[in-house]
Write a protein that binds this ligand. Structure first.
Ligand code: 0X9
Ligand code: ZN
Length: 414
C-alpha cells in the first residue's frame, strides 16, 4: 500500500474515536412567517444550550440552530406548538464532523507546505509565516505580538514591496476571532500567499501600502475545534462563572456589553468579565494602536452568511463617513458578484444583521480611528461552518477577488 494512502486510512480509523463528539446533535432551519413566530424564535435564541449559527433576523428568513439530543423533544414540541416551520438540515452532526476530519487528514497527508486543500493546524500556519520570512527577507517580516491564554505564540506578518519606506499606510486583515469559522484563517492565509508568493500580480496593492495580517486571532479556540469540540466559538480562558471562554467579538472596549452580548459565562456571546479581559483581544488592540494614523482599512474575516458589514454594531445610527465605507464594501460585493455570481449583502451590522456591541470592527473605527472598518462574513459550507476541504480553494480565491477590490478602493481614497 502506498504510504500516503496508508496514512490517510490510519487517520480515518483513529478518528472513529473522535466522532462521538456532538453525537446525535441535530441542526435545524426554522423560518418564522409572522411577528408572533419571530418572537417565539427570539425567545428560543436566549436559551444558552441552543446554539444559534444564524440568529433570528427577519420574517421568512430562516435561522439555523444546533440542538443537543437531550433538548430535541422539547425544542420540536415548542416549534410544533407554535406552528413554526422547520427543517432538519443535519440529522447527526458527529457524522459530518467525522467525515470532515477524515477528509482533512487524508488531504493533509498528501500535501507539503501550505495547502488550500485542507484546513491547516495552528502550528502549520505559524510555520508558513516563518518560512515566508526566511525566503523573502526583503518583503516579509514576522513579529511575535503576544501569547494566547494557553501560551500559543500569536504572530503577525507584515508584507511590503521591499522599498523600506517607513510609515506607509497600512491595510490590516485578521481572521479566526471565532474558533469554529475555519474558512476565515484559510482566507487570511490566502491573502498572505497571494501578496507574497504571487507578488508579480499584486505589486500595485503594495506600492503605497504595507499589509499586516494576523491569520488566527484566537488560536486556543481554533485548536480546540480541531481536537475537542468542532463548534466552539469563544476563547478558552476560564472566568469566574461556571463556563470557559469569552466571545472575543464582544470583548472590545467600545460600548462594551451594551447590546447583543451576554453577561453569562456559559453563553456563546459572553462579553467577558471586563472589556479586553482576553489576551487575544489585547493583542489586536495593541497592534492597531501601534498603527494609529497609518492603518486606513481594518478587515476582519468571519463566516458565515455572505455579508460585508460595517459599523455600527452597537447602534442603528451610522458612522459619519458611512458613504466612504459603503463605497468600499460595495466595490468588494460587486467584484465578487461579477466574478462568480456570489451575492453579498452590504450594510451596517445592526441594520442588516443584528445589534451586538464589543465587536472589533466598531472598536477599530470608534477608538483606533481606522476610517474603513469591515467585517466580511464568507459563504456557508456544509451545515454552515464546515465547508469541505474541496471548497476551500474556490472560497478563498473568490474572497481574494473581493478583498483586492476593496483594497484598491481604499488605496484610491487615502
Ligand atoms: O456576531 C458576530 O460577532 C459576527 N457574526 S458571526 O456569525 N461571525 O458571529 C458579526 C459581527 C458584526 N460586527 C459587530 N456586531 N460589531
Ligand atoms: Zn464570527
Amino acid at each position: 500500500m502506498e504510504a500516503k494512502v496508508f496514512l490517510g486510512l490510519l487517520a480515518c480509523c483513529c478518528l472513529t474515536f473522535v466522532s462521538a463528539e456532538l453525537e446525535g446533535y441535530k441542526i435545524y432551519d426554522v423560518t418564522p412567517s409572522n411577528v408572533f413566530e419571530q418572537q417565539v424564535l427570539e425567545h428560543l435564541d436566549n436559551i444558552e444550550d441552543y446554539d444559534f449559527f444564524h440568529r433570528p433576523r427577519t420574517l421568512n428568513v430562516s435561522s439555523r440552530v444546533m440542538i443537543a439530543p437531550k433538548d430535541q423533544d422539547d425544542f420540536e414540541s415548542i416549534l410544533n406548538k407554535f406552528s413554526l416551520e422547520f427543517n432538519i438540515v443535519n440529522e447527526d452532526v458527529s457524522k459530518s464532523i467525522h467525515l470532515e476530519r477524515s477528509q482533512n487528514m487524508l488531504f493533509r497527508s498528501m500535501t507539503r507546505g501550505i495547502s488550500f486543500s485542507s484546513f491547516q493546524r495552528f502550528n502549520q500556519i505559524n510555520a508558513y509565516l516563518d518560512e515566508l520570512a526566511a525566503k523573502y527577507p526583503d518583503r516579509v517580516k514576522v513579529n511575535n505580538v503576544g501569547k494566547s491564554y494557553e501560551g500559543r505564540q500569536i504572530k503577525t506578518i507584515t508584507i511590503s514591496n521591499g522599498d523600506k519606506k517607513a510609515n506607509k499606510n497600512v491595510i490590516w486583515v485578521d481572521g479566526g476571532i471565532h474558533a469554529r469559522e475555519w474558512i476565515a484563517p484559510a482566507a487570511a492565509l490566502y491573502v498572505i500567499n497571494q501578496l507574497v508568493e504571487n507578488y508579480a500580480d499584486n505589486k500595485d496593492l503594495l506600492a503605497k501600502y504595507d499589509w499586516v495580517v494576523l491569520p488566527v486571532v484566537n488560536p486556543d479556540g481554533y485548536e480546540y475545534t480541531h481536537t475537542k469540540s468542532r463548534m466552539w466559538r469563544k476563547t478558552r480562558k476560564p472566568s469566574s462563572g461556571s463556563c470557559a471562554g469569552t466571545d472575543a467579538n464582544r470583548n472590545f472596549d467600545f460600548h462594551w456589553g451594551e447590546v447583543g452580548a451576554s453577561s453569562s459565562s456559559c453563553s456563546d456571546t459572553f462579553r467577558g468579565p471586563s472589556a479586553f479581559s482576553e489576551p487575544e483581544t489585547k493583542v489586536v488592540r495593541d497592534q492597531l494602536l501601534k498603527l494609529k494614523g497609518r492603518a486606513k482599512f481594518y478587515l476582519t474575516i468571519h463566516s458565515y452568511g455572505n455579508y460585508l458589514l460595517y459599523p455600527w454594531g452597537w447602534t442603528s445610527s451610522l458612522p459619519s463617513n458611512v458613504n466612504q465605507i459603503d463605497e468600499v464594501a460595495k466595490a468588494g460585493a460587486n467584484a465578487i458578484k461579477s466574478a462568480t455570481g456570489t451575492k453579498y449583502t452590504v450594510g451596517s451590522s445592526t441594520n442588516v444583521l443584528y445589534a451586538a456591541a464589543g465587536g472589533s470592527d466598531d472598536w477599530a473605527l470608534g477608538v483606533a480611528g481606522i476610517p474603513i472598518s469591515i467585517t466580511m462574513e464568507l459563504p456557508a459550507g456544509g451545515s454552515g461552518f464546515d465547508p469541505s476541504p474541496k471548497q476551500i480553494q474556490p472560497f478563498v480565491s473568490e474572497t481574494w477577488i473581493g478583498i483586492k477590490a476593496m483594497a484598491k478602493k481604499v488605496i484610491s481614497k487615502f
